[in-house]
Design a protein around this ligand. Structure first.
Ligand SMILES: Nc1ncnc2c1ncn2[C@@H]1O[C@H](COP(=O)(O)OP(=O)(O)OP(=O)(O)O)[C@@H](O)[C@H]1O
Ligand SMILES: [Mg+2]
Length: 362
């Protein structure tokens, strides 16, 4: 059952189109991550759902009911907005109770509900503190408790973790996911951190300039980006551009700019004329010619020179220069192996099926 549906929603500010023809659905208990560069329309989309803005075209529906004309307080939404901090003059308990009071929640039951929410976010005993007496992470947890207190039909979280430092952000990300799952909340979470989007979301939408570029499960978006924009936005990528020359048994040859030739998987053989961009993820490239090549299953092998080795705990990030001076990023797991040295000549290999083909410049 779709708890939330947006159907062809467009929002203009004067001549400027902030959200253009956006459609998606979110099922009960699912988390949808909305991801995209600053100004692409993420917050505007949430404001349309919450009822702070009205769409010029299209419909916002909660469980099949069109929300047109309903004021924000008439929509059962839990909010944690980017710029929507806690009320500083109220205690933690008063902050969490705020929405309950304004939604005619039975008065006698409010203290119990507040206690339940504070227990959910592990802040029992903090009832009487004021936001100024809490850490950043604790404040975010209070804001989350406030957003969830009314048992909202739809939970909207706009950059819920952005004010926190990297370590706390990771801890709270895990906690946030567990809390949302515990109450089976139907959630949209906005972030511009792709790792956060992928780890929180059952489904991810990548937006650009008001439009949806792609939607899907995180692993699918990472493995099968349809455009260069999406591939570059989700994860690291190495790029080759060139003409596809022939396709036999689903494998085409790309004559890349700079003279490199490579085999790429082309499942859709109707698409093999013209110029394409090919993305190879850094973890798909291997150092050393370890893979057997044959006519039926060719392997791409290139010569290169190591230009940098960065040891990042469990991962190694290498920069390899290949023909034409192109620099490739290669990542490997570090398990104590001997490290390659800068200046060392190496062979690099990757498979045709690790080549993601997208229209050039998309
Ligand atoms: N009230 C408004 N009047 C005119 N333009 C607006 C208004 N609100 C937002 N915009 C414009 O709409 C676009 C989308 O804004 P929005 O706040 O949705 O971006 P965002 O994706 O949330 O960005 P960020 O990641 O920076 O928060 C921006 O170009 C913004 O300047
Ligand atoms: Mg925003």
């Amino acid at each position: 059952m779709n708890v939330l549906e947006l159907s062809h929603v467009t929002k203009r500010y004067g001549a400027f189109v902030a959200v253009e023809n956006v459609s998606f659905t979110v099922e009960k208990g699912q988390i949808l991550s909305l991801l995209g560069p600053s100004g692409c329309g993420k917050t505007t989309t949430l404001r349309l759902i919450a009822g702070f803005e009205n769409a010029n075209e299209g419909a916002v529906m909660f469980s099949g009911v069109d929300m047109k004309g309903r004021r924000p307080y008439e929509r059962n939404v839990g909010l944690l907005f980017q710029d929507y901090a806690l009320f500083p003059h109220m205690t933690v308990a008063e902050n969490v109770a705020y929405g309950l009071k304004h939604r005619n929640f039975e008065k006698a039951k409010i203290p119990d509900r507040v206690a339940e929410m504070l227990s959910l976010v592990r802040l029992m005993g903090f009832e009487d503190r004021r936001p100024g007496q809490l850490s950043g992470g604790q404040q975010q947890r209070v804001a989350l408790a406030r957003a969830l207190a009314t048992n909202p039909e739809v939970v909207l979280l706009d950059e819920p973790l952005s004010a926190l430092d990297a370590k706390l952000r990771q801890e709270l990300r895990f906690e946030l996911k567990a809390i949302l799952s515990a109450v089976n909340a139907t959630t949209i979470v906005v972030t511009h951190d792709q790792e956060e989007a992928m780890s929180l979301g059952d489904s991810v939408i990548v937006m650009s300039a008001g439009k949806i570029m792609q939607q899907g499960p995180p692993t699918d978006i990472y493995a099968n980006p349809k455009t260069r924009f999406v591939a570059e936005f989700i994860g690291r990528s190495n790029w080759f551009t060139g003409q596809l020359t022939r396709s036999v048994k689903g494998i085409a040859e790309l004559k890349a700019n700079g003279g490199t030739r490579m085999f790429v998987h082309m499942l859709d053989s109707s698409r093999n004329d013209g110029v394409f961009d090919v993305c190879v993820r850094p973890e798909r490239i291997r150092i050393g010619a370890a893979i057997e090549s044959s006519e039926d299953s060719p392997v791409n092998e290139m010569r290169g020179t190591i230009r940098d080795v960065a040891h990042l705990g469990a991962d190694l990030h290498l920069v390899v220069e290949i023909a034409g001076g192109q620099l490739l990023t290669v990542t490997e797991k570090y398990y104590g192996q001997a490290l390659e040295q800068s200046g060392q000549e190496v062979a690099i290999t990757f498979l045709p099926q690790d080549c993601i083909v997208v229209p050039s410049g998309s």
